[in-house]
Design a protein around this ligand. Structure first.
Ligand code: GDP
Ligand code: IMO
Ligand code: MG
Length: 424
């Protein structure tokens, strides 16, 4: 296995957690490079379900090193909770977890600001996860963020925290009529987190580059998905980080020449959580059916996911901006009962046809999707373990997806469990 980046090819929740868990067998290091605990990556082993938010999904494999890279934003409270809950379930977390000293910290004021902004936006809200992700990245870009390296130096930390709270409290009080935050309380709680997490903090840039020099295999775990990427997604209805393959280099300090493969994960249909355009969104009846069959409820917030037909315009865009070598299709089994399955191949807007992803949000909001219709297979697929055993119409559907998105399918997943997947 060469160094491989896994990214979501849609709006997140494509099943990346499951795929990382499966591919982690061949990897030595599994690395998160962006986002934070807005992610919810599910891994199902036997009758046990694990939902990872910050810790890479390779953690369930003993002997693998899991790394939280510099591009990730870390909520130390969420991190401590996640470590504790995994340890309670007998998962070893110690020298197998490394966190970049350059990653930025999320503070309570980021979370509250995230929520207040959403309320303030009213009907035009983004539908964020409310985890403080956006405001934390804003501080990073504004160059007033606080990094884990700062947390380790008490004097530096006190000064930076003081400056931030002073400035933030003015905004909270004057713009939002919120009382603001107590410096002493935050200082004390973050000093407490420091003691709990300091053993994991290190120079991960060096760690990972040394691992590459020793010919170790690195697996980069993208969070969110291409259409939630701050540059390439459905802006402004996106997250605040680079969820595409390029983000893996910036978010870890690994040069692009060290990457061997980029794989995109896509569902056999489409989902999104939160607001924003969704050209192929189902009507109410179909929505209810697929949501139920696919258990489409957010792994982080529990919100019902919006569901729709496979949108090849979006996935083609993902193939392009990530340079995808291959794609992995998940949740094929969810379509087992459909009589007719649709693929959107282009959009129609004001008499013009769009084969490529348009930057103009209005087009995405108001376009008419152009569909191909394919006969369903109406047969259970969750126990199938090879491509040749799939029903003929399922094979045709997958082959058609490869053609319309312009990338070969590497694997197909037919259930949430580790073993419900096969290569093609
Ligand atoms: P991620 O954020 O990309 O890791 O995806 P999530 O974990 O948020 O959502 C994917 C959901 O689909 C989880 O509940 C998985 O257990 C489940 N899942 C993954 N692959 C399959 C599959 O092939 N079939 C079915 N039915 N469920 C799957
Ligand atoms: P995983 O890694 C699906 C969505 C939110 C919202 C937008 C911005 O599990 O695929 P944010 O809190 O990031 O500022 O919210 O992005 N979003 C996700 N949707 N899966 C995710 O992660 C998501 N992380 C954020 O719903 O629309
Ligand atoms: Mg998820």
């Amino acid at each position: 296995m060469s160094n491989t980046i896994i990214v979501g090819a849609q709006w997140g929740d494509e099943g990346k957690g499951k795929i990382i868990d499966v591919l982690a067998r061949e990897a030595d290091y599994i690395i998160r490079f962006q986002g934070g605990n807005n992610a919810g990556h599910t891994v199902v082993i036997g009758d046990q379900e694990f939902v990872l938010h910050l810790i890479p999904s390779g953690i369930l494999h003993p002997g693998k090193v899991c790394v939280i890279g510099n591009g990730v934003v870390v909520d130390p409270q969420a991190l401590c909770d996640e470590i504790e809950s995994l340890q309670k379930r007998k998962i070893t977390i110690g020298s197998n977890l490394k966190i970049s000293d350059q990653s930025h910290l999320i503070f309570p004021y980021h979370k509250i600001l995230d929520q207040l902004r959403e309320t303030h936006l009213g009907k035009s809200k983004i539908g964020t996860t409310g985890r403080g992700i956006g405001p934390c990245y804003v501080d990073k870009m504004a160059r007033c963020g606080i990094r884990l390296a700062d947390l380790m130096e008490d004097e530096v930390f006190q000064e930076k925290l003081g400056d931030n709270i002073h400035e933030k409290n003015e905004v909270f009080q004057e713009v939002y009529g919120h009382p603001g935050f107590s410096y002493e309380e935050i200082l004390e709680s973050y000093q407490g987190y420091r003691e709990k997490i300091k053993l994991y903090i290190c120079d991960t840039v060096r760690l990972l580059n040394d691992a590459i020099a020793k010919k170790k295999n690195l697996l980069f775990e993208g969070a969110q998905g291409t259409l939630l990427d701050v540059d390439h997604g459905t802006y402004p209805y996106v997250t605040s980080s680079s969820a595409t393959a390029g983000g893996a280099c910036a978010g870890t300090g690994i040069g692009p020449s060290k990457i061997g493969r980029v794989i995109g994960v896509a569902k056999a249909y489409t989902t999104r959580v939160g607001e924003g355009p969704f050209p192929t969104e189902f009507d109410a009846a179909q929505m209810k059916r697929i949501r139920q069959k696919g258990n489409e409820f957010g792994a982080t917030t529990g919100r019902p996911r919006r569901c729709g037909w496979f949108d090849a315009v979006l996935v083609r865009h993902a193939v392009l901006v990530n340079g995808l070598d291959e794609i992995i299709i998940t949740k094929l089994d969810v379509l087992d009962e459909d009589q007719t399955i649709k693929i959107c191949t282009s959009y129609q807007y004001q008499g013009k046809r769009y084969d490529r992803f348009p930057a103009n949000g209005k087009i995405l909001e108001e376009c008419e999707p152009i569909y191909e219709e394919h006969p369903g297979w109406r047969q259970q697929t969750c126990e199938i373990s090879s491509f040749k055993d799939l029903p003929i119409n399922a094979k045709k559907y997958l082959r058609r997806l490869e053609t319309v998105v312009g990338a070969p399918i590497k694997m197909v997943s037919v259930g949430s469990k580790r073993e419900q997947i096969f290569s093609i």
